[in-house]
Ligand binder design. Structure first.
Ligand SMILES: Cc1cc2nc3c(=O)[nH]c(=O)nc-3n(C[C@H](O)[C@H](O)[C@H](O)COP(=O)(O)OP(=O)(O)OC[C@H]3O[C@@H](n4cnc5c(N)ncnc54)[C@H](O)[C@@H]3O)c2cc1C
Length: 468
């Protein structure tokens, strides 16, 4: 008898899980993928004139192996492109400051780094100096704490706000006061537990820089990855139901297989199910299976927007180098007398030279955070005008009418709150023994490598449970 596995989700975690299952070369395995409303999930791209560019994730950390290995396993390794620029800027006190190298996710590891940031406040410098020479004691409970609890105690509010929150909070569109140290930044938790200066404890051991690029992308955009992966999977006999929405994963005692996965029109019997969904659909599709899964489905998610511009190179005065700019929370916006909605700017064509053109620049502006819902109240035109005005403040001038896309990402970035790791472990322990496997960015961390790794691991664990 065949073994039926249904994978719910059409993001890169689902594709990776399906791919890993096919590597078992088991003839008795039938694999169905129900991709849902958005093939590729957070990986989407578009084209304007002859430029193909990403609307969501635009590249991945190449120091982690999972994404590169997956792309090579798919046979797409010759399409990998290395990042072509390094360094970035931070907008502090009305000026752009080069972000020093050698920090760990925004956390400084030496006073010299901070001396190189002219606009850093004296209060932030004092906090760093105190941590270096008169470090505060911090007794931490066992288990998880908020990143902000560590940073504010060991440094103080100024350094946290000016330098660390823009970087760490920016990656997750979250707040350091709410994000879990154990899940998001375990290295910080270890350094805090070591005692003494946090800056000294977090400094990585002096080792020669590892060869190879820090980030990579795909020549055809990251948005092309999932569609191509699913085509390759179909070639390996996987059934891919595009645009079909799963409504429920149900236990069943009436049939020969323990589960059925419902859509509007079908009920697919399954021996095992991989659920690779974000919190809200997880709740709808699988929340009833166990209270721990339902609790995980309550994880809040941040909505963000990306406004992409193609601007004539002669009309803007970007800093001469670097991949982009970070904008701290509550940065005053002069025109509105409010704070910036933009949180970061990416110089896409500096990162990825295959999208560079001689006379125009491809610039993407990231907006919104978990506790800043202003973007939801603005139309695309209003948001664009607002971002144009913020960019004019940042760079001195910004041409009107140069926006080419506004991409909204609703409930797209799960917030790993304190205790998230325990929640994930409890949910997995509750449903995995019966054959439900949880994969994707809700479980094992944000980022393309983490999501691919999560999908492949879920599939390996599933295979290990099948009778030989
Ligand atoms: C705006 C943004 C920018 C990012 N930038 C980067 C970056 O530069 N680098 C990086 O490494 N990472 C980045 N990330 C993170 C990275 O993109 C994610 O970690 C990864 O793509 C998540 O993949 P996933 O498969 O876990 O989930 P998702 O991509 O969220 O996929 C979820 C899938 O669930 C499907 N679905 C939903 N409901 C149903 C249903 N009822 N039935 C069936 N299917 C359903 C959807 O169709 C979708 O395919 C970014 C994320 C976002 C949102």
């Amino acid at each position: 008898m065949t073994t039926s596995v249904v994978i719910v989700g059409g993001g890169i975690a689902a594709a990776a899980a399906a791919f890993e299952l096919t590597t078992s070369h088991r003839d008795d395995l039938r694999i169905d993928v129900i991709t849902g409303p958005s093939l590729g999930g957070a990986l989407q791209s578009t084209s304007v004139d002859d430029r193909h560019f990403d609307l969501g994730a635009d590249g991945f950390l190449a120091k982690r192996p999972e994404a590169r290995d997956f792309i090579c396993d798919l046979g797409l390794g010759n399409e990998l492109v290395d990042i072509a620029a390094s360094g970035a800027w931070i907008y502090l006190d009305g000026q752009l400051n080069a972000i020093p190298t050698g920090m760990v996710l925004g956390v400084p590891t030496s006073l010299a780094q901070l001396r190189a940031v002219p606009a850093l406040s004296r209060a932030a410098m004092r906090e760093a100096w105190r941590d270096r020479f008169l470090p505060r004691r911090l007794s931490l409970p066992d288990g998880d704490v908020a990143i902000g609890q560590i940073l504010r105690h060991k440094f103080g509010d100024h350094l946290t706000h000016e330098l660390i929150e823009p970087m760490l909070g920016g990656i997750h569109a979250g707040r350091v006061d709410e994000l879990s140290a154990a899940t998001v930044f375990p290295q910080l938790l270890t350094a805090a537990r070591a005692g003494g200066s946090l800056m000294a404890a977090i400094a990585p051991p002096a080792t020669p820089a590892s060869p190879g690029p820090a980030f990579q992308t795909l020549r055809g955009t990251m948005g092309s990855l999932a569609p191509r992966a699913f085509e390759i999977l179909e070639g390996r006999g996987v059934s891919v139901r595009r645009g079909v929405i799963a409504t429920k994963v149900r236990r069943t005692t009436a049939a020969t297989r323990p589960f059925e996965v419902d859509t509007e029109e079908t009920a697919t019997p399954a021996d095992a199910v991989v659920v690779a969904l974000g919190p809200r659909p997880l709740g709808q599709v699988a929340g009833h299976l166990h209270p721990h899964v339902a609790r995980l489905a309550d994880t809040p998610s941040a909505s963000v927007a990306m406004v992409t511009f193609i601007v004539p190179a002669a009309d803007v005065n970007l800093p001469e180098s670097g991949t982009g700019v970070l904008i701290p929370l509550l940065t005053p916006h002069r025109e509105s007398r409010d704070s910036f909605i933009s949180t970061a700017v990416t110089f896409l064509d500096r990162k990825w030279p295959h999208v560079a053109r001689p006379h125009s620049l491809l610039v993407r502006v990231h907006c919104g955070r978990i506790d800043d819902s202003r973007i939801a109240g603005l139309s695309d035109d209003e948001l664009t005008r607002r971002v144009e005005s913020e960019m004019a403040q940042l760079f001195g001038a910004w041409p009107r009418g140069s926006a080419v896309t506004v991409q909204r990402w609703t409930d797209a970035l799960p917030q790993y709150r304190v205790g998230h790791g325990d929640l994930v472990a409890a949910a997995r322990a509750a449903v995995q023994p019966e054959g439900i496997f949880l994969a994707g960015m809700l479980y094992d961390g944000v980022g393309i490598p983490a999501s691919i790794g999560s999908g492949r691991r879920a599939a390996r664990e599933l295979l290990a449970r099948l009778p030989q």
